[in-house]
Every structure is written in structure tokens, then in C-alpha cells.
Write a protein that binds this ligand. Structure first.
Ligand SMILES: C[S@@+](CC[C@H](N)C(=O)[O-])C[C@H]1O[C@@H](n2cnc3c(N)ncnc32)[C@H](O)[C@@H]1O
Length: 238
């Protein structure tokens, strides 16, 4: 994956690279009834925000965060501190080996495609293993233009029904879902806005272009924060 160095500089400074909160992770673990000596993968972990939450919530589990971007893994290592049951590694989440009792993936499966991603992960699940992933969704057919503008880079964004169909097509059953609206985006964009401001003064023209594009994304979100959603899906193979 080729990302501009300026983008990497900005995003490596963030606590997280997409919407989500620790409460979303804890909700999923509670709904799935997961505890004990589990093998957990945070696929597309970025700088590891959810890897840490998973490892703290599941102290007997071994949690590995995998991301394709070395700069994110390097930045995330510091966050792990002396957590004994978490690690981060550079890798391709399309080629997970497992076996894992839980594959957690926040805001990353769209890189593979929902159906394709679930199909790729099926073989990495331990018997009884589950996947929890979040994915952008349209909430309705008649979304305001601001919402369509926000998602303009993702023309194939599904609605909630379409997302269920993609999960079913992969041969998975949906166990539960949770809409991520408002706070999970606020958490992400607060950090992004802070780091945009921190980098502004000394920015090169290339960095200024990246900062402007990211600030524009935040501005678009602010126009319709109640209509811009990720859906967190808990699923297991049929
Ligand atoms: C929107 S970010 C979300 C990061 C993190 N899960 C979070 O919520 O903060 C998506 C992440 O997926 C990673 N990614 C994309 N394709 C990947 C692949 N094939 N293998 C591993 N990581 C990948 C990106 O590098 C990026 O860090």
C-alpha cells in the first residue's frame, strides 16, 4: 500500500486512524461473551488503539495487532508499554494465519471488501471463532447531499441491508450489530483536528495539501454528524 509520506506523518501521530471508542470494543466482547485464554487478532490495527483495549479487557488472552504500514506499527509499539499480552506486527491482513478466537477489525475490512475479507478470514478462525468488524454504511436511500459528499470516495458504500447481504454472501451469520454514530467519530476527528493544527505552521506545500484534505473531511462530517455511520457487525461462519 503506497501512502504519501505526509499522510503517514500525520496519521502516525493519531491515537486512532478511524472512528471507534473503547466502549465499542467492550460492547462487542460483552455481546459475544468472550473471556479467558483467547487468541485475538486486531486486523488493520493502525497504531493499535483497539489492540490495547482488547488486551486490557482480556488479560488472559494473547492479542496481536497486524497492519500493513510499518510507521503505524512503530508508533503503536510505544502505546503497548509493558502490556504483557499484546504485540503489534507488520503484515497483510488478507493473509492471516491464526487460529484466532476473535478477529477484530475496526474500519479496515473495506480495503479487502466485506465479502472478500470475511472469506479470507474464515480459514484463520479457530472452531467457534467470530469476527467483529466495522464498516461505513448509508442509513437510508434519501441521504442529504452532505452525507453523499462525505462518502464520495467510496461509491460502493452499502446501506445496512446491503452490508448484511455482503456478510451472508461470505457464508457468515450476523450475530448482532451496533451503529457507530457521533462519539466514535468525534474521538477520531478530535485527534485529527489537533494534529492538523500542530503540523500547520511548519508544513511544506505537500503537507499543507494533506492537511487541507483531512480538514475538509472533518468539515464534511460536521455538516451531518447524525447521519454518518459505521456499523459494527458481529459475525460467525454459518
Ligand atoms: C481506517 S484505518 C483503521 C485503523 C484502526 N483499526 C483504527 O480503528 O484506528 C485502516 C487500517 O487498515 C490498514 N490496512 C489496509 N489494508 C491492509 C492490509 N491488507 N493488511 C493490513 N493492514 C491493512 C491500514 O494501514 C490502516 O491502518
Amino acid at each position: 500500500m503506497e501512502l504519501p509520506p505526509e499522510f503517514l506523518t500525520l496519521y502516525s501521530r493519531l491515537d486512532r486512524q478511524g472512528p471507534g471508542t473503547p466502549e465499542d470494543v467492550l460492547w462487542a466482547l460483552g455481546r459475544l461473551g468472550l473471556s479467558g485464554e483467547l487468541r485475538v487478532c486486531d486486523a488493520g490495527c493502525g497504531t493499535g488503539a483497539d489492540t490495547v483495549t482488547l488486551a486490557r479487557a482480556l488479560p488472559e488472552a494473547q492479542v496481536v495487532g497486524i497492519d500493513a504500514v510499518p510507521a503505524f506499527i512503530e508508533a503503536g509499539q510505544a502505546r503497548l508499554g509493558d502490556l504483557p499480552n499484546a504485540s503489534l506486527q507488520v503484515g497483510d491482513m488478507a493473509e492471516l494465519e491464526g487460529p484466532y478466537d476473535l478477529i477484530w477489525s475496526a474500519g479496515a475490512i473495506y480495503f479487502l471488501g466485506v465479502t472478500e475479507g470475511l472469506q479470507a478470514w474464515r480459514g484463520a478462525l479457530a472452531p467457534g471463532g467470530v469476527v467483529a468488524f466495522s464498516q461505513g454504511v448509508f442509513l437510508g436511500d434519501d441521504e442529504p447531499q452532505a452525507v453523499r459528499d462525505f462518502w464520495i470516495a467510496e461509491p460502493a458504500l452499502p446501506d445496512r441491508e446491503g452490508l448484511r447481504a455482503q456478510v451472508a454472501e461470505a457464508g457468515f451469520e450476523v450475530l448482532d450489530t451496533r451503529l457507530l454514530i457521533g462519539a466514535p467519530w468525534q474521538a477520531y476527528y478530535e485527534g485529527l483536528t489537533r494534529e492538523i493544527a500542530a503540523l500547520r505552521d511548519d508544513a511544506t506545500p505537500a503537507m499543507t495539501a494533506v492537511l487541507d484534505a483531512c480538514a475538509q473531511e472533518v468539515a464534511l462530517w460536521r455538516q451531518a454528524p447524525e447521519r454518518i455511520a459505521y456499523e459494527l457487525v458481529l459475525a460467525r461462519p454459518d
